[in-house]
Design a protein around this ligand. Structure first.
Ligand SMILES: *Cc1c(COP(=O)(O)O)cnc(C)c1O
Length: 195
């Protein structure tokens, strides 16, 4: 893990507030925790983080690698919460399966980057970039976001039914097609059996 990060519990706005010092450059968070268990925050969490960052003059960085590119029913998950990050990371679904990663920044943050500050051997390779353009075109013009809403509603309806009839599902979380199923027992054996 890169040095210089202080970790606080997800969703705990007071803990974030207390962790900010004069040396704090930015706050980085996933809008919805992915590997952390598909945890959606309280609706006011990201707006409060945004306000905190503005007040303390620190940047808000959102890691949208898992939540981005239509997975939650919006192009990027922060749109559900009515906020804009200063810097955002995206990857995974961005090029529909071809390897890619990207960092987006607003002017005041992006101006700190010059060619070479963020190097990568295969950075901006034309095949992956073209794939990303095709994906973004589909998301923008192809009705994919509406489709996510539709399929998500069906999936949630069926999962809710399963929950009623089987009783081993303790909770269903997430947004759009980023869905987490919480079990009333350790999930690993279930996952292994399904694999
Ligand atoms: C997969 C993942 C990453 C890493 O993405 P790379 O493209 O491998 O750099 C970062 N953040 C989250 C939330 C991820 O799920």
């Amino acid at each position: 893990m890169p040095a210089g990060f202080v970790h606080v519990a997800h969703g705990d706005i007071e803990a974030v507030e207390q962790a900010i010092t004069d040396d704090t450059a930015a706050i980085m968070v996933e809008p919805i925790l992915g590997e952390g268990g598909v945890v959606t925050p309280q609706p006011d969490y990201l707006p409060r983080l945004r306000a905190l960052c503005d007040k303390a003059s620190v940047l808000l960085i959102l890691d949208e690698v898992q939540t981005g590119n239509g997975r939650t029913g919006k192009l990027y998950a922060h749109e559900h919460y009515g906020i804009t990050p200063d810097i955002m990371t995206t990857a995974k679904g961005l090029a529909g399966g071809l390897p890619i990663g990207a960092v987006l920044a607003v002017e005041k943050a992006g101006a700190a980057f010059v060619p070479g500050s963020h190097g990568s051997t295969f950075g901006a390779n034309p095949v992956a970039c073209n794939a990303a353009l095709a994906v973004l075109h589909e998301l923008d013009q192809g009705g994919l976001l509406e489709h996510v809403e539709e399929v998500s509603a069906t999936a949630r309806e069926r999962l809710a039914h399963l929950r009623k009839t089987h009783g081993r599902i303790a909770g269903i979380r997430g947004l759009g097609l980023m869905i987490g199923i919480e079990l009333d027992r350790p999930a690993r054996p279930v996952v292994e059996a399904m694999l």
